[in-house]
Write a protein that binds this ligand. Structure first.
Ligand code: ADP
Ligand code: MG
Length: 220
């Protein structure tokens, strides 16, 4: 599972994500207030009880906040403002607790789906990505025949191949059994770190925050 240096070289000009004086309110009351800079390769962990606004924060950052909420503040990637861009133009990648692989596509098809259109050596990139997570030769497999941990690794590589500029993680390990969980944590955070991407992690699990190794914010 050693990382291939070439794979990341075109991704080294990574940027910081600045959540600038953000206040989100609901029915005229402040739900959450955050002012944070996430450095390239750093993971900011956001914790808090149910209803404290974790999903709302992710929806704001990703660009699909419900109009029921009012947001004040800005979101920047270095000096580029993101909060006034539609979701698909922000370049923010998401990783959820379910791998959400396309069931009608092979493992390779799922990974190719993540690749930007202008990439020419698609086959090689997919091969390398699978090698990087110990799934060499899995291109033709039906995702349904993979274990939960294998599916999670495919989802991670699909995310990274899509060349996001920042990553949001929503309870990404909560459905994995204990044995797999630590292995996936280590893999996900080392890959994000190596790719130099700023990331925001929402979790209930203190062990996630510990492995992420970055600052922790408690909501609510
Ligand atoms: P968490 O993810 O931390 O459990 P949420 O961000 O889902 O919390 O919810 C924060 C608050 O906003 C809760 O009080 C919830 O009921 C409310 N809420 C969530 N989504 C909506 C929505 N679309 N419209 C109105 N209120 C919502
Ligand atoms: Mg939630």
């Amino acid at each position: 599972m050693t990382a291939n240096a070439d794979f990341h070289t075109h991704q080294l000009h990574t940027k910081q994500l600045h959540i600038k004086q953000l206040t989100i309110s609901l029915h005229g009351e402040t739900l959450l207030a955050i002012d944070s800079v996430i450095q390239p390769g750093e993971v900011l962990t956001v914790m808090g009880p149910s209803g404290s606004g974790k999903s709302t924060l992710l929806a704001y950052l990703a660009g699909f906040l419900s109009p029921a909420f009012k947001a004040q503040g800005q979101l920047f990637l270095d000096d580029q403002r993101l909060d006034n861009l539609p979701a698909e133009k922000r370049g923010i990648g998401l990783l959820f607790q379910d791998p959400l692989l396309f069931p009608h596509l092979s493992v390779g098809g799922n990974l190719r789906f993540g690749l930007p259109r202008q990439i020419h050596d698609k086959r090689q990139q997919v091969t390398q990505a699978l090698e990087q997570v110990g799934l060499a030769g899995f291109e033709a497999r039906d995702p349904a025949t993979l274990s939960g941990g294998q599916q999670a690794r495919v989802a991670l590589m699909r995310l990274l191949l899509s060349k996001p500029r920042a990553v949001l993680l929503d309870e990404p390990f909560s459905k994995l059994d204990t044995a797999l969980r630590q292995e996936m944590r280590t893999l996900v955070f080392s890959q994000l770190h190596e790719a130099g991407l700023p990331a925001l992690l929402v979790t209930h699990d203190h062990a996630d925050a510990k492995t992420a190794g970055g600052p922790v914010i408690e909501l609510g």
